[in-house]
Design a protein around this ligand. Structure first.
Ligand SMILES: [Zn+2]
Length: 200
């Protein structure tokens, strides 16, 4: 299966747009993690998957895209949210990155009024696929300011970050059906093996 197909089928277990963005990199905890964002096609597939692609354009050949920049943003967001998950101090450099992203978001935020009700929207540049980072940044900012950052956790099996919305904040895995079951099966196998080794 190529990465576009994987992206189309991948679960969105992050519980927040920015965490799902971070989770386009899987198995960060092992020696060879898997990066699903490998090019423009994959980025478009992911934007469609999370439902934020506004573009009416169907041919993206002439639309700007900078993969390196997308990955840079993903890594800095990962450092910030993983830092929060493990109560680590967030580096000045990363806070500055957040500041500059926030300024861009503010510049792209437009106000309009419908039936005397003021509303706002984030203006996306149709000719620049990287401008969707602003939408992700907005979700990241909302999460950061939500006073619920203690619910941000890292899955001990695959390294994905997720928002724990469980009542007792006791969710251990990004998804019980996938990682939770994998860990359970592994533990079961290991305990059986130990028992067998003892008998032998
Ligand atoms: Zn997981």
């Amino acid at each position: 299966m190529d990465n576009v197909e994987i992206i189309k089928n991948m679960p969105l277990d992050g519980g927040n747009l920015s965490l799902n963005f971070i989770n386009t990199y899987k198995d960060r905890l092992v020696a060879s993690p898997i990066d699903y964002l490998t090019g423009k096609e994959e980025w478009i597939a992911w934007l469609k998957k999370v439902g934020i692609l506004e573009n009416e354009i169907t041919n993206f050949d002439d639309v700007d895209f900078n993969l390196k920049e997308v990955k840079k943003k993903r890594e800095f967001l990962h450092r910030v949210f993983q830092g929060l998950a493990f109560h680590r101090e967030i580096k000045e450099k990363d806070l500055k990155c957040f500041d500059s992203l926030l300024q861009k978001i503010r510049r792209a935020t437009k106000i309009f009024v419908v039936d005397n009700i003021p509303q706002e929207y984030l203006e996306i540049d149709a000719n620049d696929l990287n401008s969707y980072i602003l939408k992700i940044g907005k979700a990241a900012h909302e999460l950061l300011m939500s006073e619920k950052t203690d619910r941000i956790k890292e899955c001990g099996n695959c390294g994905w970050l997720y928002y724990d919305s469980s009542k007792n904040k006791c969710r251990k895995w990004c998804n019980m059906d996938t990682c939770g079951n994998e860990v359970k099966a592994r533990k079961y196998y290991e305990s059986k093996k130990k028992l067998k080794d003892k008998i032998v």
